[in-house]
Design a protein around this ligand. Structure first.
Ligand code: CA
Length: 443
């Protein structure tokens, strides 16, 4: 696992890009997350970029620039492609080289002649149009929060999680084609619903639309078919992390999911943030695996000393809602919940290792959804069905409206950041999506 601290984590480091040094910025020089972007309206190809303050370093322009001193161009060229898969495939040494090269170029003490070249490769983030950062071949969604799983089971009358939850990082195969970049609107899904008191289903627009607060874990270097990735090697195969909203239709889901799991209740839309924060940037924020007294130790392939002591990541997460009425009245969005990824029962390394234990091959650009992230406390639930207790306890918005589920015109925004005394705060940007009226004719 690669999570050692080095000079790129120094809280005192500052950039010559002034906005990168402001309190509360998501993108100080210690972060350097990647995206795929182009200038709005320029009509050119998408290419990789790196955030610094309110600017994006254009890796396409950087790969073609002439520098007075030598720089490592292999990773920059790979990052200049319309998707980041080639860079993802290169592995941790290349990712580290890219980070350290950019850190040196953007540092306030960088050589003037180098700085003038990089200045010509900056694009203001406000002018950017983003795209999904990878060509996502496969998308697997996990179910790894014991607090979320416990809340859901209680809502449906069960006493705690099923017996396999504590042994297996549970997951199902999701749909990659409908993963959208932040800012994309989507149609309210239509589907089969079994209404209460009826014995036969009807086809109708979903009335129980929900969001799920999750992380997108982007696989870097893949594995050869038949060769499992060990828990201690797993993070060498993870390129980085973004925010992911696994939109879910609870009424379609409850009718369709037995016995094979979620299908059309999830496959209509998933929204990811533009930015992918690398594991190296997250090194200061690693935590111990959260396990209470009396939890089973688990099978050896899912355990290691390192995973127990540093397998977690303390990522602070927030969910915000803004209805059409709130927007029209220019009212502030309502923060629905806050939590942290540190509460998760299974770590990212365990998800990767478990995914490959049967010989399955992961490929660069694959996405693992972390599963809904809920914490143990009140107001820490990562889905509206939990917060509103399946309609029994609607949430109040600043407009005076109430919500038990997401309505047409509602916009849901996920945000994330890491913060710890002695280190620079780093942010994840946002994942934002809005629900439009259903489009499919219901006959
Ligand atoms: Ca999910």
């Amino acid at each position: 696992m690669e999570s050692q601290l080095n000079h790129t984590h120094d809280a005192a480091a500052r950039s010559w890009v002034a906005a990168a040094n402001l309190d509360g910025t998501d993108f100080p020089i210690q972060n350097l997350p990647l995206c795929v972007f182009r200038r709005q309206g320029e009509g050119k190809a998408f290419r990789g970029g790196v955030a610094i303050g309110d600017q994006i370093v254009d890796l396409g322009a950087l790969s073609e620039a002439t520098f007075p001193d030598e720089i490592d161009r292999a990773a920059i060229s790979a990052g200049a492609q319309p998707v980041l898969n080639r860079l993802m495939e290169m592995g941790p040494n290349a990712w580290r080289s890219l980070r350290h090269t950019l850190f040196a170029l953007l540092h306030e003490k960088a050589n003037d002649s180098m700085v003038s070249v990089v200045k010509d490769c900056l694009v203001p983030a406000i002018e950017a149009q983003f795209a999904v950062p990878a060509q996502i071949g496969d998308y697997t969604d996990y179910y790894t929060s014991i607090d979320h799983a416990t809340n859901i089971m209680k809502l449906f009358g069960f006493d705690g999680v099923g017996p396999n939850f504590r042994w297996i990082p549970l997951g199902y195969h999701g749909r990659a084609s409908s993963i959208d970049i932040s800012g994309t609107s989507f149609y309210r899904p239509v589907g089969q619903v079994l209404q209460s008191g009826r014995s036969e289903p009807t086809l109708k627009p979903s009335e129980k639309l929900d969001y799920e607060l999750e992380l997108a874990i982007y696989i870097g270097r893949g594995n050869v078919r038949g060769h499992a990735i060990s828990v201690d090697d797993a993070e060498n195969h993870v390129f980085g992390i973004g925010l992911l909203n696994d939109w879910s239709s609870r009424d379609i889901q409850s009718w369709e999911m037995n016995p094979l799991g979620p299908f059309l209740s999830k496959s209509f839309a998933t929204t990811v943030s533009p930015w992918v924060v690398t594991f190296e940037a997250l090194a200061p924020f690693r935590t111990a695996l959260r396990r209470s007294e009396g939890e089973p130790e688990g099978l050896p392939y899912l355990s290691s000393e390192r995973n127990s002591s540093l397998g977690g990541v303390d990522i602070q997460l927030e969910v915000w809602m803004r209805s059409a009425r709130q927007r029209a009245a220019q009212l502030a969005a309502t923060r629905l919940s806050t939590t942290s990824f540190r509460h998760q029962y299974w770590t990212i390394a365990q998800m990767v290792s478990h995914h490959t234990i049967n010989g399955c091959n992961l490929r660069a650009g694959d996405v693992l959804g972390s599963g809904t992230i809920s914490g143990p406390g009140e107001g820490e639930a990562g889905a509206l069905i939990e917060l509103a207790r399946n309609g029994a306890n609607p949430v109040a918005l600043t407009s005076g409206e109430e919500r038990s589920f997401v309505q047409v015109g509602d916009e849901i925004t996920l945000r994330g950041y890491c913060q710890k005394p002695g280190f620079a705060r780093i942010g994840f940007g946002e994942s934002r999506g809005e629900v439009m009226s259903a489009r499919v004719d219901v006959r």
